[in-house]
Write a protein that binds this ligand. Structure first.
Ligand code: ZN
Length: 681
């Protein structure tokens, strides 16, 4: 599970000091956080604070793991849609070889389109899941493709330009063909109406039957069925094509394994070496038992400085919630900042015992929550260019139950978000008064990070299901409800005097910064991510809207928190922070009940009432105020570039990191260097 940024990017006073005291060669006063800007996207750059003070062995390990992280890029592209690789390579071929007029609006729109699909790892928007419709015409596209020497274009298997164009033009230009990457529309066949390449030629019913027949209700340590395969039909029979060496995605996986072998040879310790070797074994066999074995070993490693995620991990992009999107992150522990998360995990049982939920839903014994703050060294696959700011893995319920989970807060990404948003006028425009702006500047970064820590490290792990209840019964509401629960847990405890006592917050005022910005975002400013007339669909957005709108309604009588108008502009005003906290507690108790009892109806009513529909007038107003600030609603990142430095004998003597590469050059380089899959898989 992961946490995405919410739009009110953290401010960074206080954090600045953390970074600037780390002995490395980054000059933070001249570091360029902003890289590119197009459509609804801004591309940023993150500093890898502390990289230069790692040991040579650790740096070399990061180098090999980062190569493994980049090799899976095309797997994700193909997972998102089976035409993605063809479309990208044709567009990149054009970008490099077109000799005509590049000053026209058509060409500029074409460049923007290419940048957009790079950001989304495919032709569907990374967040809304809607197909990105080009702002240039089909005729223009056909003309420029035909103007380029076919020998320079990546037409598949010697296909002529015409054949390739016939294949990709409806995919790119017809709004009704594969309109959504993932469809959640109730009552439709979500397998057939989703554009992802996890399924082909099969119905939702067939997929359900296929996996249900594998499940053993008495198995309390089941593998993650379907995690690493595509489902299709051969001779009328439903089959799985497994993503492994010698199977689907063979060529990319072979290269991932090659880098992992180098990493294994230089691992920090035996335990880490064993983890990497088990992952290699999984990629070779495709066995999901081996993947679980790997996950258990991985969750137990809390001592290594360098850590990584590499594989088929999150299932958000699959309408059935089974298939893992390929992703990788390589990181190292941020020692100083991790003291914060150790305090939280050391006190996990206290938080569980004092939670405002019914005792029968509490865990008697909270197990193995390990938490740390990390510095990301590379982002790959599903974490690039758009990236989470917190991650809690593994996802398998039984592993979490028996072995615990590892939770991380990504420090340098949040830091870069904050830096890039300095002075953008957002707070001044949307916050009620100077008081809230000052509160946010003073405590925003700290409480925002603490929220992520509490959400990931304790929130997701807290509470228990009653015997015989499975989260599956909550269906499409399971994800938003689970995020709601984790957020409420964090919100409730942010205001607890215990946090001041533990030294996590400086005083009893700080939490107000997060309370205010959370509701402002959930009830108002996150609407900037929604197209006019559309519902809220994304799980985290549904959760934030649910919490915010619910407390506004329930707090009406006591005037706890409300919308207020001033000069025709709408604001959130919090009148009673303490009562707001009890409302969070009340809702947490109810959401925990819904989850523990598997109360589908109540869960559905809660989310549908507060988390889906949008007030059209408010939406219009927020959009127009937001547009006047000219801020991109979505951010992505470029990676730094690592280079091995060798001596005359070829021995590695150093690894350097640099930050000079821009977005276009990086994407084009990745497409050359890490692109070995056939156009269609
Ligand atoms: Zn979460």
């Amino acid at each position: 599970m992961l946490t995405t940024i919410f739009l009110l990017a953290a401010c960074n006073e206080g954090k600045k000091t953390d970074k600037e005291t780390i002995a490395d060669d980054i000059d933070y006063t001249t570091f360029e956080y902003k890289v590119d800007r197009f459509a609804d996207i801004e591309i940023l750059r993150y500093p890898v604070s502390g990289f230069n003070s790692l040991s040579l062995q650790q740096k070399e390990l990061i180098y090999y793991l980062s190569q493994a992280a980049l090799e899976g890029r095309d797997i994700l592209w193909d997972q998102h849609n089976r035409y993605n690789l063809t479309i990208r390579r044709v567009c990149e071929g054009l970008y490099e070889n077109y000799m005509g007029d590049k000053s026209t609006d058509d060409w500029k729109n074409f460049e923007t389109y290419l940048k957009q699909i790079w950001m989304a790892n495919g032709i569907h928007h990374h967040y809304s899941e809607d197909k990105i419709i080009p702002k240039f015409s089909q005729e223009y596209f056909t003309t420029i493709v035909k103007s380029v020497d076919p020998g320079r274009m990546p037409f598949r298997d010697g296909m002529a330009a015409d054949e390739t164009l016939n294949e990709i033009i409806p995919v790119m230009f017809d709004p009704s063909f594969m309109p959504k990457r993932m469809s959640q529309a109730q009552g439709s066949d979500i397998v057939q109406t989703s554009a992802v390449n996890f399924y082909e030629g099969v119905t939702q019913k067939e997929v359900e039957n296929f996996y249900n027949s594998m499940k053993d209700p008495n198995d309390d340590t089941p593998v993650s069925y379907g995690l690493n395969s595509k489902v299709t039909k051969e001779d009328g029979v439903v089959v799985e094509k497994v993503w492994k060496l010698g199977g689907m995605y063979d060529k990319a996986i072979e290269r991932i394994i090659g880098w992992l072998e180098k990493a294994s040879a230089i691992a920090e310790n035996e335990q880490q070496k064993d983890i990497i070797d088990t992952l290699i074994e999984f990629y070779k066999s495709g066995s999901l038992e081996t993947f679980d074995e790997y996950s258990v070993k991985w969750v137990k490693d809390t001592d290594s400085r360098v850590d990584f995620i590499n594989g088929f991990i999150e299932t958000y992009t699959d309408p059935m919630g089974l298939k893992g999107s390929w992703e990788s992150i390589v990181n190292f522990k941020s020692i100083e900042a991790s003291k914060r998360t150790s305090i939280i995990s050391d006190n996990a049982q206290w938080f569980e015992d004092n939670s405002p939920i019914d005792d029968k839903f509490k865990k008697e014994e909270v197990k193995g929550v390990s938490a740390k703050v990390i510095t990301v060294a590379i982002l790959g696959g599903d974490t690039y260019p758009a990236t989470p700011i917190g991650i809690n893995l593994p996802n398998a319920d039984w592993i979490r139950r028996d072995h615990g989970s590892k939770s991380v807060t990504i420090d340098n990404i949040t830091f870069a978000y904050g830096k890039a948003s300095e002075g953008d006028g957002f707070k001044e425009e949307f916050m009620w008064s100077d008081e809230e702006v000052e509160l946010s500047k003073k405590y925003g970064a700290l409480t925002d990070n603490l929220h992520t820590d509490l959400h990931e490290c304790l929130g997701h792990g807290s509470g228990k299901l009653l015997p015989g209840v499975s989260t599956d019964v909550l269906q499409a509401y399971a994800s938003p409800l689970e995020e709601t629960r984790a957020d409420l847990f964090a919100l409730y405890y942010l205001a607890d005097p215990k946090l001041v006592e533990l030294g996590l917050l400086p005083d009893n005022e700080a939490y107000k910064a997060e309370y205010y910005s959370y509701i402002m975002n959930g009830a108002m400013t996150q609407l900037t991510r929604i197209q006019p007339g559309k519902d809220i669909e994304q799980a985290h957005m549904r959760n934030r809207a649910t919490i915010s709108n619910w407390v506004i309604e329930k707090g009406k009588e006591d005037n706890v928190v409300a919308f207020e108008k001033r000069d025709d502009k709408t604001y959130i005003v919090v009148n009673d922070y303490e009562k707001l906290r009890s409302l969070f507690g009340e809702l947490l108790s109810e959401v925990q009940r819904i989850k523990s009892e598997g109360d589908f109806e109540a869960g559905k009513v809660l989310i549908e009432t507060y988390g889906v529909k949008v007030n059209q007038d408010l939406h219009k107003e927020v959009m127009s105020r937001y547009e006047s600030l000219d801020i991109a609603p979505y951010k992505g990142f470029v990676n730094p570039v690592y280079k091995l430095v060798t001596d005359d004998n070829g021995k590695v003597v150093d690894v350097t990191v640099s930050y000079n590469e821009n977005y276009v050059n990086q994407q084009m380089r990745y497409s050359k260097q890490y692109s070995v899959l056939p156009l269609k898989n």
